[in-house]
Design a protein around this ligand. Structure first.
Ligand code: S3P
Length: 430
């Protein structure tokens, strides 16, 4: 579906929404829930296409499930297949592919993992390499999908990951969870730690910390205990509303149930730099993850900001929408150390630069990011392409709210991969 947005915002965004469940935590609740080999309830599960890809794979492995409401699921993995040969479709989901590869590598299954056009272009060397060091049997198409994994007994390793990637870390944790000796993973900056939090919640033998070599996570073989899991709202989804409210004049919104795990709150650091008017209210914990409600108000004088270093993994998925915030700041914003953006659902450095140039935004592409000179109003008839990248689709939608002219978004349907409720929730605020 292409989306044509003709309406120009007149009165700002206003009202209250509850943000849908976190995608990363949802994948983990399904995978770790499956590994409890029991019947558990998962409360507030994301039903976006990516998470359904994970759920369907678990079903192929013999898990049974029942949705007792739109987002509440009973997952029963008490009697699943112990071996077999399977072909799995991971759809658009890098998280499904990379996390499950770690489990399959040390299982009794033979798994072939396939995906859509966008996923099939994405690099898998980052997981193949360390899994092979553990002794895994993996074939690939030049380090891309399809992956053919013949599960076998693996050896524990200490791995110094060259990149801060939660997908790589979680893949190796899922492998290490089945190995007697201790697997140790070092990463240069701390990537999202939802796997660590959930594994600890489910009783795994896991330790985390920091030393001179970097951030470490250590895991040993351990059974997971049967426990219900509740999932907090997704700050990466909330980001589109947060930035929308900050840049559309006269806006004031309240977003409820947003996860604020510190490994995900780089956007709040950016808001602090940019001087965006926001408040965190009603802080609490859900299944060991921090949560709150966030109010955001239109901010007239947005300041430029810098995104670099350790901050990058803490807002990696928010960079497209934060680039839009930068267009509304008075001065030059710099995003650097973010080369891995080129390996997401699209090459986001390139796709954002090209789209923003079409909108006459002053943007300069660099190898590891871009520079944006804000504040020129967007006043251009636009026809933007999403390249199967949901976060581009949603960024362009928010852009359309400040574009004085018509915006056409080609392939808008891909929002469903992460956020099927996106348009309905925006309509509540418009
Ligand atoms: C994710 C980790 C991030 C993120 C992705 C989801 C996860 O990827 O971009 O959308 O759930 O672990 P990397 O860890 O590869 O940076």
């Amino acid at each position: 579906m292409d989306k044509l947005i003709e309406k120009i915002k007149k009165n700002g965004l206003s009202g209250e929404i509850t943000i849908p469940p976190d995608k990363s935590i949802s994948h983990r609740s399904l995978i770790f829930g499956f590994l409890t080999n029991s019947k558990i309830k998962i409360k507030n599960l994301s039903v976006c296409e990516d998470c359904i890809s994970t759920l369907k794979i678990l079903k192929q492995l013999g898990a049974k499930y029942e949705f007792i409401s739109k987002n509440d699921l009973i997952l029963d993995s008490s009697d699943v297949l112990k071996e077999g040969e399977f072909v799995f479709d991971c759809g658009n989901s890098g998280t499904t592919t990379r996390l499950l590869s770690g489990f399959f590598a040390r299982s009794n299954y033979q798994a072939t993992l396939k995906g859509d056009k966008s996923l099939s272009k994405r690099p898998m060397k980052r997981i193949i390499e360390p899994l092979r060091l553990m002794g895994a049997d993996i074939e690939s198409n030049e380090n891309k999908l399809p992956l053919k994994i013949k599960g076998k007994k693996l050896n524990a390793i200490t791995y110094n990951s060259p990149i801060a990637s939660a997908q790589v870390k979680s893949c190796l944790l899922l492998a290490g969870l089945g190995i007697d000796d201790e697997t140790v993973i070092y990463e240069p900056s701390l990537s999202r730690n939802h796997s660590e939090i959930m594994l600890e919640y489910l009783g795994a033998d896991i330790k985390t910390g920091k030393n001179e070599k970097g951030y470490f996570t250590k895991i040993k073989k351990s059974p997971l205990i049967s426990k219900d899991i509740e999932i907090s709202g997704d700050i990466s989804s909330a980001a589109f509303f947060m930035v929308g409210a900050a840049i559309v004049p006269d806006s004031l919104i309240l977003i409820k149930n947003v996860g604020i795990n510190p490994t995900r709150t780089g956007i709040l650091d950016v808001f602090n730099q940019a001087g965006v008017d926001y408040k965190l209210l009603n802080k609490r914990k859900i299944s060991n993850e921090e949560v709150c409600d966030i109010s955001v108000k239109y901010t007239k004088n947005i300041k430029p900001f810098e995104i670099k270093g350790d901050m990058v993994p803490r807002l990696i998925d928010e960079i497209p929408i934060l680039a839009l915030l930068a267009t509304q700041a008075q001065g030059k914003t710099i995003v650097c150390d973010a080369q891995d953006l080129r390996n997401k659902e699209s090459d986001r450095i390139k796709t954002i630069t090209e789209a923003f140039k079409k909108a006459d935004v002053e943007i300069k592409e660099n190898i590891d990011g871009f520079e944006i000179q804000g504040k020129k109003e967007i006043n251009k008839e636009l026809n933007l392409e999403t390249f199967l990248d949901h976060r581009l689709a949603m960024t362009y939608f928010v852009l359309s709210l400040i574009n004085k002219k018509e915006t056409k978004i080609k392939g808008f349907d891909c929002v469903n991969t992460s956020f099927p409720e996106f348009l309905n929730l925006f309509n509540l605020l418009i």
